[in-house]
Design a protein around this ligand. Structure first.
Ligand code: FMN
Length: 319
């Protein structure tokens, strides 16, 4: 992150081929691989992440007021499992500081796509209001918004995925987005947890298709609170969200299921355990229009971006 922040990485020499490009909403993606939320929480690396080849950069989660997040240690590498457990708890510089960084990048005619992932403050009395503030604050710089209701590290956040709460929240968010005086209006996505029951899946599909609170996309998925038998015993007991390889199939299955439940009407960004072009391709086959990575990028660094894109290019050629 330090190297990225100080722009010390060389620009990727790989030129995105036309077959990796797509148009989704009003946005033209030169490739379908994005950096997932939580890597550049404070918007300090957008330009470099774009330069090393990501097709889009999602920043955040951002909370309205600055907050420190949980005490350290709060992130653990399970190297043997190609996984990470984290319980950051939304450490954020807050809306104003992050907004100024993004605005500054915009003023330089930045060409990339920036997603704004919104969270809520730990001690917020009104979570709905926190998301509304985010829409209003970032309305003129967001290419798309993500309503993150699925981090396991903020008390009661995942409860916002429940049918009535979700309906109430998304209705308010749609309303706020529709009142922005920007053209075109930024798409709204909701990011969901992999740990949801069958009935919750159905409820979420119903809510995001409802015309009063219609979402433009889903991000599937956030980290899991599941703990598998084979995980490194040294870290297995740590509280937090598990990401990386152990999450891969669980996330792909949820993509497939949400795609069916929403009848393919709502674009999905697939994320969870993607380490290769094949993994990305599986997410696409399951119904994802775009794919994101986080954990694999932590382990393999910038060369991985080109590797995944080149592998995907080859797989699509065979298709
Ligand atoms: N997702 C969010 O929506 N907001 C966050 O702030 C956030 N922070 C994260 C911090 C860490 C250290 C990690 C590993 C993940 C975080 N995530 C966050 C979840 C990722 O965006 C992604 O959904 C998840 O890690 C699965 O992808 P992966 O297996 O490629 O890592």
């Amino acid at each position: 992150m330090l190297a990225i922040k100080h722009k010390l990485l060389p620009k990727s020499a790989y030129i995105d081929p036309p077959q990796l490009g797509s148009q989704l909403w009003h946005l033209k993606f030169s490739n379908p691989l994005g950096i997932a939320a939580g890597f550049d929480k404070q918007a300090e690396g957008i330009e470099t992440l774009h330069a090393i080849g990501f097709g889009f950069v999602e920043i955040g989660s951002i909370t309205p007021e600055p907050q420190p997040g949980n005490d350290k240690p709060r992130v653990f590498r399970l190297e043997n499992n190609k996984a990470i457990i984290n319980r950051f708890g939304f450490n954020s510089d807050g809306h104003q500081a992050v907004y100024e960084r993004v605005k500054n990048i915009h003023s330089k005619n930045f060409e990339g796509i920036i997603g704004i992932n919104l969270g809520k403050n730990k001690d917020s009395p009104d979570p709905v209001d926190d998301y509304i503030k985010g829409i209003e604050k970032f309305g003129d710089v967001a290419h798309y918004f993500v309503i993150n209701v699925s981090s396991p590290n903020t008390l009661n956040l995942r409860k916002l995925q429940g049918k009535d709460q979700l309906k109430h929240l998304l209705k308010a968010v749609v309303n706020a987005r529709n009142q922005l005086s920007v053209e075109p209006l930024p798409p709204l996505l909701v990011k969901i947890a992999p740990d949801i029951s069958q009935s919750e899946r159905k409820d979420i599909a119903e809510v995001v298709l409802d015309s009063n609170c219609k979402m433009d996309g889903l991000i599937v998925s956030n980290t899991t609170v599941d703990r598998y038998e084979y995980l490194d015993p040294k870290y297995k007991g740590e509280a937090g969200g598990l990401s990386g390889e152990p999450l891969k199939d669980k996330s792909t299955e949820l993509i497939s299921e949400m795609y069916k439940l929403t009848k393919g009407k709502i674009p999905i960004i697939g994320v969870g355990g993607v380490f290769s072009g094949k993994d990305a391709y599986e997410k696409i086959k399951a119904g994802a229009s775009l794919v994101q990575i986080y954990t694999s990028f932590v382990y393999h660094g910038p060369p991985l971006v080109t590797r995944i894109k080149a592998e995907l290019e080859e797989l699509l050629q065979k298709d």
